[in-house]
Design a protein around this ligand. Sequence first.
Ligand code: TEU
Length: 573
Amino acid sequence: MTEFRDKVVYQIYPKSFKDSNKDGFGDLQGVIEKLDYLQELGIDYIWITPVFPSPQKDNGYDVADYCAIDPRFGTMADMEELIRESGRRGIGLMLDMVFNHTSTAHEWFQRAMAGEKEYQDYYIFKEGAPDRAPTNWQSKFGGSAWEYVPQLGKWYLHLFDVTQADLNWENTRVREALKKVILFWKKKGIRGFRFDVVNLISKPEIYEDDHEGDGRRFYSDGPHIHEYLKELTRDTGIEELVTVGEMSSTRLEACARYSNPQERELSMCFHFHHLKVDYKDGDKWALMEPDRRALKKLFEQWQTGMQSQGGWSALFWCNHDQPRIVSRFGDEGRYWKASAKMLAASIHLMRGTPYIYQGEELGMTNAHYSRVEQYRDVESLNYYMILLGQGKTKEEALAILAARSRDNSRTPMQWSAAAYGGFSEKEPWIAVQDSYQKINAAAQRYDDSSIFSFYKKLIALRREKAVISQGSIAFLAPDNADVLAYRRQWEGEELVVLNNLTAEETTVTAEPAWTAYRKILGNYENTAAGAEGQERAAGQADEVTGSRPDRMGERMAEGRIVLRPYETVVLEK
Ligand code: TEU
């Protein structure tokens, strides 16, 4: 099934999306309130992060009951209304299944802790002395990946927080119980599933120390992962729905298999290699400027690799775990609008399914928190203490958090210039950004030159031009590392997409045929190339698709096209 290939998914982090009952906490009725906004944007699916009962230690990714709704978010009736109201607008709902681990508050884990052997086998418990963990593996949130339970004389594995116990997928009872969860939500009309860190569920036969890393090489894309995914998809019939696997520390070959329709596993995969080009020596908590050459090479490697191996990628910059992309790879100042639009176009016109994270369509930026008390994220707070323990000053640790914390994407959605950005009438669970009076949906929704309107155009283009969802991809501009350029072709149709990734003007080699190509989308006015200093030249408005074709001949000199700072140019044959 590949009908999803011309669709666009919008990710909602409900805790920060819209508060309908004035408790400072986003909820399902708040999502329902904003469905018309999402329908206007033109998206096809909503991926909603977990709203199941949870102690909220990891903001809902610590699930205590897979088949109920946490009262903080509302009721099962609210979820059923959301499914109905989304459907009425032609929008499918995609739920987030956290099947690698449960909360330690889950009934299954509580029964394991009470000594029930059947339920201990739902998790990964290992006998052992209290002073020697089974392996030296590290949790992704810092510290050991094992916790000792004195009353049992055993350790349990938690690749994430200590309150998130890894499930034992070798146990058929676990697999059967999780299939029942899928069938429960499928019966309610859910049209898609996102599977959280699903490539970590198959653990190794032998548990051994890792003398090269933190243990991830033993359990990422594990020995039985493809069997488990095939079984889950076959026994629940979700092949007819849209499914996406979040793949942690994965490989291209594995992702091609996960998402090749012939394998009958998943529809597509998230992988994160392009979002590690600003990790110094691969360490998220060591800052460095984004390596744009590496970014360009990674996109080419993964796009052409997934194409040749029959895989299908989820295309994204932002999610609830990543800093805001306009702050990270774009510009928050003079080129804020131009760079936000360029970053959007650069992936929306690639081969794959685009995901828009709440607020990305408005150019929301990082939070710029200045005090550790403003942070809520367990990973960020753990690493703040780890950084201090490594000898960093408080200022240095705060600067790292400001750049890397997952809370950058979890500040309340900015709906208007009203108090709390129109998110709530009560002080929210996490501070609203200072930018809400300038950056908000009300200020952009009816402005044709806004970032919001540019995303609308990209989504409309995907629906209008089959070359985007069906076409091949080949990369261009090998001679300019600062330009991410590619060609899309399908049954005689051809698009050429040129993106200047930098704040400096640059040029790119043009093919002679391009003089006859029509520019159908851009993020600058039709001003003379190189216009300096004009507010409008900084991408204050983009061209309207197809209204006044801008023959590329006017933009080419000596066989090269000038690209202004962060400029995107989309040409059609
Ligand atoms: O994320 C997996 C994961 O590794 C992320 O935590 C992210 O890659 C990391 O924070 C980057 O440093 C999924 C969910 O998206 C995340 O919100 C959960 O915290 C995590 O799994 C555990 O369920």
